[in-house]
Design a protein around this ligand. Sequence first.
Ligand SMILES: C[S@@+](CC[C@H](N)C(=O)[O-])C[C@H]1O[C@@H](n2cnc3c(N)ncnc32)[C@H](O)[C@@H]1O
Length: 289
Amino acid sequence: MPWIEDKIPDFTPEFMDPTSLKMASFYDEIKFPNFDGLENYSPIYSKGRSNTFTSRLDDEIRWNAKILGVGCGTGPLSLFLGRGDREVHGIDISAGSLLMADEFRELNKLENNFFLASDVFNMPYSKETFDLVISNGVLHHTMNPKKAFEAIVNVLKPGGFIALGLYHKYGRAVTFLKQRLATILDQKIGLLDYHTGNLKSEGKREAWVRDQFFNPHESSHTPQEVFRWFTDANIEFVNLLPHFDQPGFLLSETRHKFDVSRLADLCLALDLQQIREGGFFITLGKKPL
Ligand SMILES: C[S@@+](CC[C@H](N)C(=O)[O-])C[C@H]1O[C@@H](n2cnc3c(N)ncnc32)[C@H](O)[C@@H]1O
């Protein structure tokens, strides 16, 4: 098996589809979401604990769970969750991002994390391996998000959870406008973007601006569409953020009814949080036992 710089096992296929090839070289350059220079574990931990989604996930996933981050990028979420006896694998097609993730792991002597180069469509895992698979901001950069979702379902154990973060068709409306403006303003588009202004390091700012406004391939989706994917793959619907983002448990109940109206969804185009975060929603599901 080939290795990347003797550090990352490389399971990427000899021939990748054109979209994956394009994305691999794009993210090799920008390394998303990047690190703040000499970041140590403490900011990873405090950011993970202060975010409502990641802290609830951390609270509710067993300490000995086997977790997979699909399209882990430079790996902050995988590194945050890799505590206790958890075993956390992170796969990505970007060698540059994986090397950055692995350098962080090595520097901080983290023993629960494993980074591998792999395409979501050809993962080197057996059926039903993981208790939790997270794919945050990835499937909308693939040639076939539904097929990528099915590949994820395949490696999920019965009783295991899936967390799928995707661009929202309506929540991303203002970002679509900024992408148009970016063709004129180039990197200065960051001056019109709230989130860019909040990022402290140059590396993180550049990665965010290029990821959001100059991405070579993205699609956008609705919760209704993901709910159909769930139904087709026999995945139970558990939660949806931001719509059902109320205090309480993230994963404890499965819901039999999916009750988000088209109007509630459309309203996300005007939601300040959505505008600031680039229009993003997370759907959580469970593979029945
Ligand atoms: C926007 S970044 C998200 C990174 C990380 N999940 C996060 O939340 O910060 C998208 C990542 O998906 C990866 N990616 C894109 N297509 C992929 C594919 N077909 N298989 C695996 N990873 C892929 C990219 O290389 C990139 O690192």
